[in-house]
Design a protein around this ligand. Sequence first.
Ligand code: IMP
Ligand code: MG
Length: 176
Amino acid sequence: MIQLHDKQFVPFISAQEIDFAIAKIAALVEDDFADEVPVFVGVLNGAFMVVSDFMKHYKSPCEVSFIKMASYEGTTSTNEVKQLIGLDRDLSGRSVVIIEDIVDTGNTLVALKDLFKKQNVKHFKVATLFFKPEALKNDIKIDYVGIRIPNKFIVGFGLDYDGLGRNLPEVYQLKE
Ligand code: IMP
Ligand code: MG
């Protein structure tokens, strides 16, 4: 068990299971894009570890870029997703694969889809290490999913609780 701020977390997914899931996604993406040079776009902050391991498993030519998004809870129930660091290059005509740590409500992905619609990309695909199907509030397609998890808060492997826990090599679940 570990403690971060005021909360306790219990071990949930091992480093080995995570690596296996990322290798699986990388193989599926490689099957689909090995005959071109895709651009992987990691969503900061959470996805930095997933992108790193994904790239090590992906053996064909590829490029990487990052975008930084943050969602804010407004006073209404509508969530606003803000772009904090933007894309630094022209992606028109390119095949883009978004790499996410986790898809929860899907609000971030909806904002990304809107953004990339304006970029005239050739293909727009989404890969995520974790997916909480019960939390999804939007009608969006996720092309590559590593591990489906229940709708409970997790930390580790890039995911944080109020800034802490991102450095954990495995994933922990909030203790009830
Ligand atoms: P969205 O709700 O799908 O837009 O996800 C927004 C962001 O919330 C994700 O990219 C994560 O950074 C964060 N998030 C969602 N679920 C969790 C969790 O269980 N632990 C830590 N961060 C999470
Ligand atoms: Mg994220």
